[in-house]
Design a protein around this ligand. Structure first.
Ligand SMILES: [Fe+2]
Ligand SMILES: [Fe+2]
Length: 137
């Protein structure tokens, strides 16, 4: 299971957003080691709950920020957040049903989602904001 942590390539340049992304990466690392320790370490279900909470807070921050800047693709971006929320809830439910079968899948899924979220979804609004700033200079 190849999972990398925070990397400068994920930096958006927006301080509050970067801090939250980093926090999410850290939560993912904790989740990963809990899964590896197979019940000896932190509680996976609790970590999934924690992950959902900080991710939710992050979505709220991003959505408020994008509204503030009248981001034209706001709806599409918010829709991605809705889908992610639903997926996390589903994952947690499945984990509660079967504590053995899904753990590797969970971590891989969350890892892939996080990279997609930042690299595709978030970088799109960063580009938009940067372009607008350049036009104003
Ligand atoms: Fe984000
Ligand atoms: Fe986002």
């Amino acid at each position: 299971m190849a999972i990398s942590g925070w990397h400068p390539r994920y930096r958006t340049g927006i301080e509050s957003i970067d801090a939250q992304h980093e926090e999410i990466f850290l939560a993912l690392a904790r989740l990963k080691s809990a899964v590896r320790m197979g019940g000896e370490g932190e509680d996976v279900d609790e970590l999934l709950g924690y992950f959902a909470r900080i991710t939710e807070r992050h979505f709220e921050t991003e959505e408020a920020f994008l509204r503030l800047h009248n981001y034209p693709e706001f709806e599409a971006h918010a829709k991605e957040h809705v889908a992610a929320r639903a997926n996390f809830a589903k994952i947690r439910e499945r984990y509660r049903d079967d504590r053995n079968a899904l753990v590797e899948t969970i971590v891989t899924f969350v890892n892939d989602w996080l990279k997609h979220h930042i690299c595709e979804g978030d970088f799109k609004y960063v580009q938009f904001l940067q372009a607008r700033q350049e036009n104003h200079n």
